[in-house]
Each structure stands twice: as C-alpha cells, then as structure tokens.
Ligand binder design. Sequence first.
Ligand SMILES: [Zn+2]
Ligand SMILES: [Zn+2]
Length: 306
Amino acid sequence: METTQSAAPPFQVLLYYLYTPIADPVAYRDAHRELCERLELRGRIIVGDEGINGTVSGTKENTDAYMAALLADPVTASIEFKIDPEEDHVFPKLSIKARSEIVTLGLPNEEDIDPRDTTGERLSPREFYEAMQEDNVVIIDGRNDYEADLGKFKDAICPDIGNFREFPDWLRNNAQDLEGKKILTYCTGGIRCEKLSGFLKTEGFEDVYQLDGGIVKYSKDPETRGRDFDGLCYVFDQRVGVEVNHTETRKVISHCRRCGIEEPNYCNCRWTGCNDQIFLCPSCKEQHGQFCSDECRTEKQKEDNL
Ligand SMILES: [Zn+2]
Ligand SMILES: [Zn+2]
C-alpha cells in the first residue's frame, strides 16, 4: 500500500491584496463570485474602487487555478500571494463584498490615504529585521489589541485599540512619542500598513517604513524565519493563530487567565452572550469549563436550564 505521510497537504490558504483602480466594483464582485464558486473556494474578499483584499481556502488545484486567473487579468497581474498549505478549508463559507474602501481608516473622504501616492517606504523582511536593531527606532503594531495579545514583534508598541478606525486618533494622541524617531510599522499581510504608514506621512512624519508583506511574509522568509516575533500571528479564520517564529527566539507571550501559565491558543467563552476570545489552559478548561469567568458559566447554566 502506498503511504500518504509525505504527501503535500491537499488544501491551501491564500492571503493577498492589491491597491489598483477597479472601475466597477459591483460588476467585478459578481464576476469574481462566479469564479470563486466554480473553484469551490471559501473565505472573505472585499472589492473596492481602490483594489481587492482577500483570504480564501480551497484545494491545491483550485487555489492554483485561482491565482493563475488573477495573474492573467491585467487588473490584478501584479498581485502577490502568501500561501499556507493546510489539511482542509479554514473558512465555513464564501463572502464577497463590494465596498468603497478595502481597508478603512475612517478618515473623511478628502483625507483618505491612497497608498499609490502616499505610503511609507517598504522594507523586505531582512531590511525590517535590521532596522529593528537600530537605535532611535519605534516599532508600531498596526493591528488590533486582541491580535497583538496573541503575538507581536519583541519591542513593538501595541496600541490599545479594537478597530483600525481608531488608529488616526491614537497616533495623534501619541505623536510626541514618535517625533524624531524612525518609525517602523507592521501588520498581518501588509495591507493595513500601506494606509497606516501613509497616514503617518501626511501627519508630517518623514522617516516612516513598513514591513512589506507583513508578518506572514516575514515568517516565510528564508533569512528572517520569523526571528524576534513573540507568540503566534492572529488570523481571521478557523486557525485563529499561526506559527511565525521558526528560530531559537520563539516564545509564548500569552497566559491562562485563571492560573497564569503559558497558553499559546485562544478559545472562545462558551456563553454565547459573551463569546470573548480568551486564553485558558487545558486543565483550567477541564476544571472550570471554557468560560472567561464564573459569571459567564453561571449565565450559561441558567440558559441551559430554561
Ligand atoms: Zn490555567
Ligand atoms: Zn465570557
């Protein structure tokens, strides 16, 4: 009998974006939906006047066909894909939306950032790693607080925000800590930093750089291999967290909320009225149930007894 142990995983997860003018996002969305349905892809895609932003899962064959289709289309010919082999789909369904922006900083229309005009200088993973070692550098995590709680670059500043739209206010309130510094920004796949670093430039900061391809590319880069990224990278699919650091500097930064021991994985509080993402170790889960607090457990028990 043939062994399948060394076979490549049968599925792939793709992460991609491209800032590019799309003349009719609604028509584009409809045609794109047909393509994705034909290839039985699942995931989330946003199409806007300013481009496309997506993450999908599917069989290797179908995701390869999808990439070939986008690369053959002049509109998206310069798109770059980050590819993760997987055993199965990581999304429950397909969602494709047409919106005015593919990433929303929440600025008034006339102040919105077009990264094709204004953005921070892109650094390769190696250049970013080297820049992190310099003096007078400030590293800004361009993601939400719950993403950074799972994992982040070693010396990064992680803003206490739950939505990308809160960034302009945060940056304006913290501008004094950034003045005169070389500013490095990073996010999951790079798309948020395109606007974030552009915003910093419009605010008058000159020495602004962004990690090209984000944490995902930095993790896969043969030279950096995720060096000095602590914890896991938060992803918006069923995996929740993925490994980044493949070097001896790898470590866990998240802790069980009950007993405090290291716990690398998020779970959700089982009371549907809460559903918060929490860190709970296996033994606390077994002892107290998968709840963020005794209050949530009590609420769930009340529901079950109705
Ligand atoms: Zn515990
Ligand atoms: Zn709860």
